[in-house]
Design a protein around this ligand. Structure first.
Ligand code: ADP
Length: 426
């Protein structure tokens, strides 16, 4: 069963859970240090109870985030989650010295994090709440309504001073407003830039598509008329130029078609027409189709198909294209007299195809890159004409089928193997 992808807000809330773990870890270390410093067991126990509460709700949050959509989509819940954090920090401040506590910074952390994710209004609300809670708890200590947990041995009396409490509360409030402003300003700038870049790349892709479509029509007619001229028995001195025109026009048309197919897959517009197929039949057809170039290149294809293989649900034409791409690469990068082995086997729940040649080989560093658009590995491979699009297209099609594609080679001069694996449905 495939699970629904998480929304942006859900992912964001999960990111907060991670941040909270980091904060819980650092708070625990600080409490431990304070304990070693002050030897106050009550401080230690109370603080760890508070941190423990935060750890419990942070353990529950991933479940609530994934299970209940409203938990992240409704801003009220975002506000409640932050309020819980602020209460934890306030209690920790109280148990670790009130106005003398080192935990005031943690309010700012929470506010910086929520303003980064464009919850400015909630951040302002939370900062007022934090400053107010801080002021209330420190004032209650100043008036001895709540006990004051002194952290140091020196007879500190500063917590008695309401003026000091007021000024610290105000400082906290204004510094948090400034942090919210700075962080949300920077985050907004970054988001705007990201949107600009996204819009630019969409416009660029549209433009490229338009150019490709416009190129296709005249190319097709150039090819058509060239064929017509070739058929009409041209003069001896016209034959070679016509053959060159035909070859080159075909190359450009192939590249345009590959680029358009890739663009369609990348934009999610490519639909698969899946039917039950025997991969061996598709392979046989592809081998037959490239037979002329196999013969021309003086290489030999050896078939190693397992005798009983299950059918697999694939788009026949697209998988046929993959075979053509891999086989023509194997031929192109083989030397005269070389052999190409094509095997199909059932490994686990996948049908695995391997196309192995004894040719040029690929350097280790190039193996992960050859499936990228326009990447061509070595100087020798560039000399053997191509566009660098074939493998990129193979990868896109295979991934669209939920499969995998990869390559292996013992290095330059030692041949290469291209594998692809397609899942067999139960
Ligand atoms: P093209 O073959 O048009 O250059 P591909 O995307 O099919 O584009 O291949 C990309 C690169 O991968 C090739 O330029 C070559 O460097 C390398 N490559 C692909 N197949 C083989 C192979 N069978 N042997 C050696 N190198 C290969």
């Amino acid at each position: 069963m495939s699970s629904k992808p998480l929304s942006e807000n859900q992912l964001l809330a999960l990111r907060f859970v991670q941040l909270r773990w980091a904060a819980i870890f650092s708070m625990s270390l600080i409490v431990l240090a304070l304990f070693l410093f002050s030897q106050r067991h009550d401080v230690f126990i109370n603080s760890f109870i508070v941190i423990g509460v935060a750890a419990i709700y942070n353990l529950l949050f991933p479940f609530l985030i994934k299970r209940f959509f409203f938990f992240t989509e409704n801003r009220v819940f975002t506000y409640f989650r932050s309020t819980a954090d602020i209460i934890v920090v306030t209690l920790l401040i109280h148990f670790t010295g009130g106005v003398e506590s080192p935990f005031g910074f943690f309010y700012l952390l929470e506010l910086a994090a929520i303003s980064m994710y464009s919850f400015e209004l909630i951040a302002v609300l939370i900062s007022s709440q934090a400053a107010f809670l801080y002021w209330v708890i420190c004032s209650l200590e100043a008036y001895s309504i709540l006990p004051h947990y002194r952290m140091v041995d020196t007879p500190g009396t500063i917590y008695y001073s309401q003026a000091y409490v007021n000024s610290k509360g105000l400082a906290l409030f204004f510094s948090s407003l400034l942090i919210i402003y700075i962080v949300s300003y920077l985050a907004k700038k970054l988001r705007d830039k990201q949107h600009q870049i996204e819009a630019m790349s969409v416009a660029q892709a549209d433009f490229m598509n338009m150019v490709m479509h416009e190129t296709k029509t005249p190319l097709t007619s150039i090819l058509g008329y060239t064929d017509l001229l070739i058929d009409k028995n041209p003069m001896e001195n016209q034959r070679d130029p016509l053959a060159v025109i035909k070859r080159q026009a075909k190359r450009i048309l192939n590249m345009v078609n590959d680029l358009l197919s890739l663009a369609r897959i990348e934009s999610g517009k490519s639909k698969l027409n899946k039917i039950d197929c025997d991969l061996r039949d598709i392979a046989e057809r592809a081998i037959e189709e490239i037979d002329p170039i196999v013969k021309n290149s003086g290489v030999e294809i050896v078939k190693e198909f397992e005798s009983s293989l299950p059918l697999v649900k694939v788009d026949e034409d697209k998988v046929h294209e993959i075979f053509i791409n891999l086989l023509s690469n194997a031929v192109k990068f083989s030397n005269k007299g070389g052999k190409i082995f094509v095997s199909i086997s059932l490994i686990g729940q996948e049908l695995t195809v391997a196309v192995r040649d004894e040719g040029l080989g690929i350097e280790k560093k190039d193996l992960p890159l050859i499936f990228d658009k326009f990447y061509r590995a070595s100087k020798e491979s560039v000399e053997r004409k191509g566009t660098g699009l074939g493998l990129a297209l193979c990868r896109s099609v295979i991934e669209l089928h939920g499969g995998r594609i990869w390559a292996a080679s013992a290095g330059p001069g030692h041949g290469s193997v291209f594998y692809f694996a397609l899942p067999v449905q139960a």
